[in-house]
Design a protein around this ligand. Sequence first.
Ligand code: PTJ
Length: 259
Amino acid sequence: MSDYDSVSADVETEEEIPEDHPRYQDLLTRHRIEAGVEKGITHLQGMHAEGRGSAFDYLLGEETIPSADEAERAAAAHLLLADRPVLSINGNVAALVPGEMAALADAVDADLEVNLFNRTPDRIEAIAEHLREHGADDVKGLEADARIPNLDHERSKVDADGIYAADVVLVPLEDGDRAEALDEMGKTEIVIDLNPLSRSPQVADVPIVDNIIRAVPTITEHARDLADADEATLRAIVEDFDRERALEAAEERIRSGEL
Ligand code: PTJ
């Protein structure tokens, strides 16, 4: 048995996963989701979501394809231009990239808001606390004093001064009607989802087909590079971005395995 074969999903800490393992990122995301379930942050359904994502990532070659990098740059420009940007957090996002989300919020001056499909007071509180432990200053989503119109499940519950009032919202890892409802509210939506055919990227202004563990740090890097850019430069990046081309490039890569 090789060293690689002996790496199992029940490693206790992520440091035990060898970084040169050919499926390192997959093992890392799987481990973080399992740890999230154990901590009461991630819902069991989050494991299925992770499994779906993992299959698409395998087909993408587990790398950020050029069209995703362009989308990540456009996302950074949108977030920097926004008056009230909000980054939405569910149980998978909290488990996978808590510190990275806090760093992105800091880089673009955005709010973080917990928004859950399987909403319980305990999970909301555990996720908010987990984000604070990873550097978030302020976490929204606990008030839930507003509702997204035309959405009749728990994800409609939002903060009046958070997602409800936002002009740009980052919506990662959910295939659903909330993305459509936010679109109907006229918000600019940035979606991170490894499945380009999923409903959320299909309605997004900026669909990012990439693993969230690569996408979020890359958006932050672009935001830091663009921090001193003037408004005209940021607007040009936003206008040059072609959402249809990004979706087609990702689908083509998944179907053919070629760039
Ligand atoms: O935490 P809650 O209660 O809000 O529950 C969250 C669920 C699991 C219900 C929510 O994430 C969900 O609706 O999951 P879906 O419908 O499976 O959609 C998740 C999408 O994210 C799928 O299209 C996956 O391909 C994709 N995905 C999964 N993992 C990743 C990913 N995309 C990017 N990076 C990943 N690591």
